[in-house]
Design a protein around this ligand. Sequence first.
Ligand code: BGC
Length: 702
Amino acid sequence: MPSSTTFIEDLLAQMTLEEKIGQLNQMNGGPDLDPDLLRMGQVGSVILDAGPSDGPGSSEARRAEWANHLQRLALQARVPIPLLLARDVIHGFRTVFPIPLAQAAAFDPELSRAAAEMAAREATAAGIKWTFAPMLDIARDPRWGRIAEGNGEDPVLGARLAAALVHGFQGPDMSGPERLVACAKHFAGYGAAEGGRDYENAEISEPTLRDVYLPPFESAVRAGVGTVMCAFVDLNGIPATANRHLLTDILRGEWHFEGFVVSDWTSIPELVYHGVAEDEAHAAYLALHAGVDMDMAGMAYLNTLARSVREGRVPMEEVDAAVRRVLEVKRRAGLFERPFADPSRAARDVLTPEARQLARRFACQSMVLLKNEGNLLPLQGFRRILVAGPFLHARDELFGTWALDGRAEDVLPLDEALRQVAPEGVELWFADWADLALRRANEADAVVLLMGEHPTRSGENSNVSDLGLPPGQPEFIAAVAALGRPTVLVVFAGRPLAIAREVAQVQAVLYAWHPGIEGGAALGEILFGQASPGGRLPVTFPRATGQVPIYYNHKNSGRPLGPDRGFQSRYVDLPSSPLFPFGYGLTYTAFEYANLRLSGEVMRGRLEISADITNVGDRFGREVVQLYIRDRVGSLTRPVRELKDFQAVELRPGETRRVTFILREEQLAFTRADGTRGVEPGTFYVWVASDSQRGLRGEFRI
Ligand code: BGC
């Protein structure tokens, strides 16, 4: 790889102003993309579309040829500079893994890393070199459809997964032919959109921004993420796309980010709608000055920057700085040496048995068992099992949002997958219509209901005002439950749904999210006990939509939530507690926590905290052991609990393991009202716990 500075300075010295601005312009690569723009060096990056729909070879191979064709056009420019070819590879490519929120439920950074690595292998085989992932927006409002794309509500879990995903996509060196350049998005505060409506404004105090919303991004930067995408959101009155505080002061000044920032889709011209820019040229000026290096699909840079520079309204140095950053990422991505994809890789590297196996394991690990009365699951000793509900024949409905490159024909329909996994002697009856299901349920020994929301109900701009199951489903569940057969409710969804009534009506509830390409087999293995559900909730489950926002790391208030004691924080029509807390999840065995030990009463730099975890059930199982703290008194009010660490342990029946956490003083730091960050002396509670509401509690001082 050519060495950095001189190589880039040499290039820059050869480029005209127009060619420089071309590097800052990203366009959609559909068939209508004007080849002359590429030949003239007017495009720095192309978002690859699906490529030619017919022709010889697999679609991935054809897309790699298409990518190479675009690349050749770009390299015909006077100063040949390779394109960075991008696509949204969000949770898998052709092999679709569970949606990101489900992946977060696995609390397993290594699995997340492995899935991202697999996605990178597949996507690069189709000519893609840059993905717009990971999505790192903390979300406390499940009405917001994009909660499906992120890692839930917790900054520490989010930060751990951010690093894992960046490592998975980019590997140790993003120039590797099987590696993608990652993009941490959407910077920042996007998940706090008012009312859960996508693209709405957010008001977030600086301490909350820094302590809740930013940690996953900082973690991605530390992990070496190549690019960052700014958010659509208006944050505290300054749209993220024009927010110099975020994109320059924090991202570059404090975190020393060395990659480049891309806008979100047309978010630069949208500054006019936000009402901070007079016109397109003003919007381009504001964005560039804030620190947005590349204009995604907005054309504002291409249309206006050259003139603004010539008229002295935009400093040349700002253009040069942005171009340097873009060229540097291209250099680090190895594009100057290896601009072309190898179309022959597609046949080897796409949809391999290994990828499917990983997808199945991940799906099992991400499904969350919410209720299991009388150990109804795994289903044992039932001969005739009725399976019904709108997901009965699901194929690509299992993918969830943002699965642009998954194909329905790669997925075994859910009923077929269950049939293949069901043990011998079990008769599965499938009922397509509600009437038929009700009739047959009476004759069945047990009933499995496959309910939930279609993938188009979550994801970008797919927000809901009502977190209940879609119309008709609650009534159907109630009618089946009334028949009194042992009933399992399986919920497919891109968000936490408010299912308090349904949970009360049935004996077992399994939250399957949108589990991806192997979702059917994974579900079958869990229902029949070949695998155990491994997930824990990465987000709080509300009882009703009206409780939102509800999240575990809230402040205590002067009149804390609790059992009804008069004028306390509460609803008159609903308990204040969540339906299920963050971190919660059952499995097919049970664990006991005992013997909490702290290495001292006073923390001096660090503290060791440990507890014995015992598998008290009769099956092998995996427990996610969680470490929480509470800072009792602060100059700013502190959350009632904060996750600081977690570890998974796998235990045989009867086995006990001592799980030890090292808590370092800097993990207790928080941002104060004056913007300084630090640890304040005093008393802290600490819990080793199986979820955010339980656990063994200890105490220490600083
Ligand atoms: C989304 C981004 C996405 C981009 C490109 C935008 O609408 O907000 O998350 O990466 O489109 O597809």
